[in-house]
Design a protein around this ligand. Sequence first.
Ligand code: 5GP
Length: 120
Amino acid sequence: MPYDNNNIFAKIINGEIPCDKIYEDDFVLAFKDIRPKAKVHVLVLPKNAYMSIDDFGENASPEETKAFFQAVSRIARDIGVEEMGYRVIANHKPYSGQEVYHFHLHILGGQPLGPLVSPI
Ligand code: 5GP
């Protein structure tokens, strides 16, 4: 399956669809999730087209990778979740429930988050 240039996050990145922006630089955009799963729920995505963490890990440049993860740390501090803790999730393909096939990390926090997954 190729990258879909019309996916919802591509439209947010190119300004066709609005978002509640938290952070932006040359490589990265972050905004609030439209259906938050915790008191704080922010999505962090590279501006370039990657399908998922697998594609990003394989194909992003060192400069882009560094910028991305530095942005994640900075955003977590800026939104006030670093002190009490937060969770970062990347969904990859159907078993994870990935909904949007443009790579993004979820930053979840602002409350105790409970177990990582349900018991098997
Ligand atoms: P995934 O399951 O792909 O890891 O997560 C996709 C996330 O994107 C979901 O948590 C969903 O609520 C969020 N989302 C889907 N469409 C939009 C949108 O148009 N705007 C924003 N801000 N979030 C969206």
